[in-house]
Design a protein around this ligand. Sequence first.
Ligand code: FES
Length: 129
Amino acid sequence: MTQINYNETVMDHFMNPRNMGEMENPDAVGEAGNPVCGDVMKIFLKIENDRIIDVKFKTFGCGAAIASSSMATELMKGKTIEEALKITNEKVTEALGGLPEAKLHCSLLAEEALKVAIENYRSKRKKGE
Ligand code: FES
């Protein structure tokens, strides 16, 4: 087995993930899975006036997936929907100070789950729910 070395920021977010858990009555929910490893992330958003005022996540995945979910949720808090859509996995990885090459794909889960959640929010609004 190859040893994966994570930097301190990644280890911190992996060991003490921010915003982990479930949310009651979220305004939007999004889920994304990684077909290669089978890991899954679910994200819950509270949105007011098109701004993300709270966010929670649940990730069933590796250390890099948990750390990037944690960092991604920190980045999206307080952002408008438009701004949040610009949070790419590169931005999350950068904020983490980098991820080992073999683990870069793990940070995609957060970006994808967020996009699904925003689509979910927009379609609910269209339906007037
Ligand atoms: Fe599956 Fe990292 S190995 S998300």
